[in-house]
Structures are given as C-alpha cells and as structure tokens.
Design a protein around this ligand. Structure first.
Ligand code: SF4
Length: 55
C-alpha cells in the first residue's frame, strides 16, 4: 500500500517537507515513491486540494 497523488495536484509543495521518509518528489504533479511510502497519511492531511489518497 502507498498513497498516490492525483491530477488535482497544483504542485504547491505543502506535502514534500511533511513526509517523514522523504518519499515525495517534485514535478508538474508531485509523485510518491510506492517503495518508500509507509502509508502514514501525513501528506494527505496537509494537501490543500485533497489530491492525495490511499491507492
Ligand atoms: Fe510520505 Fe506518509 Fe505521504 Fe507516504 S503517506 S508519501 S510516508 S507522508
């Protein structure tokens, strides 16, 4: 299991510093490395567009 960032991402950067395992990388739409994600949900809580959901 891993969280996934959808097309609703506006690349605001709110989530990237919140991830405890640095699984999130920048881009036009930010991306979560499924190998690194521990499914903690912290990023989903801070996303202003609710773009992050469990896969
Ligand atoms: Fe990082 Fe937690 Fe979001 Fe996974 S769910 S990308 S571990 S903040």
């Amino acid at each position: 299991m891993a969280y996934v960032i959808s097309e609703d991402c506006i690349a605001c950067g709110s989530c990237i510093d919140e991830c405890p395992v640095s699984a999130i990388s920048e881009g036009d739409i930010y991306k979560i490395d499924p190998e690194m994600c521990t499914d903690c949900g912290t990023c989903a809580d801070v996303c202003p567009t609710e773009a992050i959901h469990p896969a």
